[in-house]
Design a protein around this ligand. Structure first.
Ligand code: NAD
Length: 303
């Protein structure tokens, strides 16, 4: 029997890139798929039913089951409709892949509230809305798996992405909280930090330091490589994996560290600004995290 046989899975942003490959693989592994994608531009404007319809056509042509959804994840009612579509089309819901996202890179002092709102609404509210819509069903059936796309940009850092970094780190907190709250109902929640050539990565400015290098590295990293990890996390093979952040880039898989205190200093008389500078700082400094970007940490070509 195929890995996801009989399962019903919602994949958001499934019309292109990583979401598309995830939807196609889930269907090949036996799942019925809601292919959610309003077909917006990389900044979240416009709309086109074509990408979602094309993925549905491809799945059906291979004998699979899929339904297109053009709802925006950035809308509470749309997210409810999206989950409702899985229940009415397939009679159940077993997995949610929060993959949809947009980018509007702007250096911080030029970032305006409209760009902040649009990115946070899609990239953080979206995963909350869709997960929250699915949660009561998962609780009732005592099973379910959620996979949320975070980003190395948030976990490590990149220029001109304050809104994207805030949203994608928010997704890590959201996922961890769902993992903690819903473990008792046999519901798992994990994050994937993908690296793959797609429309979004095509927006990386080649003029920026490291930009051209990142794009060159990405040429080897196909979105289909990410889909295998997502399918694993959705399946029962991952029953012991909950609350984790796992990265994938070409043939590499890596587990990300999660924040813990690294060094501690204490003084019975408490601290002053001066004693922090003189005593605490030299003791804590070796544990400071360098202010790096993803290209500093991933300095080798994808393997
Ligand atoms: N490609 C990478 O290297 C990379 C790196 C880090 C994180 N990610 C994350 O992986 C995910 C997929 O990215 P991708 O590179 O495949 O991007 P992509 O632009 O190719 O695909 C994203 C899809 O999401 C859809 N979408 C946008 N807003 C939506 C909304 N409101 N509702 C529903 N769908 C919406 C778009 O129409 C698009 O088809 C994103 O969450 C992204 O942040 C990707």
């Amino acid at each position: 029997m195929s890995l996801l046989q009989g399962r019903s899975i919602v994949v958001t942003g499934a019309g292109r890139g990583i979401g598309r490959e995830t939807a196609l693989l889930c269907a090949r592994l036996g799942a019925s798929v809601i292919v959610n994608d309003p077909g917006v531009s990389e900044t979240g404007t416009g709309g086109d039913p074509g990408p979602a319809a094309e993925v549905v056509r491809e799945i059906e042509a291979c004998g699979g089951r899929a339904v297109a959804s053009l709802d925006s994840v950035a809308d509470w009612v749309g997210a409810q409709r999206l989950v409702g579509a899985a229940l009415s089309a397939f009679g159940r819901l077993d997995g949610v892949v929060n993959n949809a996202a947009i980018l509007r890179d702007k250096i911080f002092h030029q970032l305006d509230p409209a760009d902040w709102d649009a990115v946070v609404k899609t990239d953080l509210y979206g995963p909350f809305y869709v997960s929250r819509a699915a949660a009561p069903h998962f609780r009732e059936q005592s099973s379910g798996a959620m996979v949320h796309m975070t980003s190395g940009s948030a976990l490590i850092g990149n220029l001109a992405q304050a809104h994207y970094m805030a949203a994608k780190l928010g997704v890590v907190g959201l996922s961890k909280s769902i993992a903690l709250d819903m473990a008792r109902y046999n519901v798992r929640s994990n994050c994937v930090s993908p690296t793959a050539m797609s429309r979004l990565t095509g927006t990386i400015p080649t003029s920026s330091r490291g930009g051209a290098e990142r794009l060159r590295q990405l040429e080897k990293a196909a979105p289909a490589k990410i889909a295998a990890l997502v399918a694993f996390l959705l399946s029962d093979l991952a029953r012991e994996v909950n609350g984790q952040v796992i990265g994938a880039r070409a043939n590499e898989l890596y587990v990300y560290s999660q924040t813990r205190p690294l060094r501690l200093v204490s003084r019975s008389e408490g601290w002053t600004a001066q004693s922090i500078a003189e005593v605490a700082l030299p003791a804590l400094r070796p544990a400071f995290t360098p202010l790096e970007r993803t290209s500093d940490v991933f300095s080798w070509d994808p393997l």
